[in-house]
Design a protein around this ligand. Structure first.
Ligand code: SF4
Ligand code: SF4
Length: 140
């Protein structure tokens, strides 16, 4: 069960995700949800997550469902589909091979600032960690 403070952090992160989804929704190029970019080595792509997002993720998922990441593919990608789609990280929401890179870079900068502010507000150490490291640590 998440603590009260974890629930508050998760709510704040949820608002940031809502903001990302609204901005992405206005952008016409749509992801085809093929799942190729969730295989990070295969796609030559990396995904970093912030400490407050890991708290959000753990608070939203049943703790038994947090999975380690022993290989290059995100463990939540099953048969090409994201099985935690509503709870996926900011980087998953922002990245798309179909979107303009400048748009993504600007949005990433804005969102990183907001996530950093959440960490500061809740006196949480701000970490920006590669997804495998974050998931493997969360399952120790
Ligand atoms: S959380 Fe979902 S969208 Fe993000 S890398 Fe994993 S499977 Fe892909
Ligand atoms: S962003 Fe591109 S590679 Fe990734 S799932 Fe969508 S269509 Fe596939």
């Amino acid at each position: 069960m998440p603590t009260d403070i974890e629930i508050e952090i998760a709510d704040a992160v949820g608002q940031v995700y809502y903001r990302i989804d609204s901005q992405i929704g206005q952008y016409p190029a749509k992801c085809q949800e093929c799942g190729k970019c969730c295989d990070f080595e295969g796609y030559d792509h990396r995904l970093f997550v912030t400490s407050c997002e890991v708290i959000y993720f753990a608070a939203k998922l049943d703790p038994d469902k947090i999975k380690p990441m022993p290989a290059s593919r995100c463990p939540y990608n099953i048969d090409g589909k994201c099985t935690v789609y509503p709870f996926r990280f900011a980087g998953c929401r922002i990245f798309s091979c179909k979107r303009d890179k400048d748009f993504q870079n600007q949005l990433s900068e804005q969102i990183s600032e907001k996530l950093k502010n959440i960490c500061e507000e809740f006196r949480l150490t701000y970490r920006y960690t590669d997804l495998p490291i974050a998931l493997n640590k969360a399952t120790i």
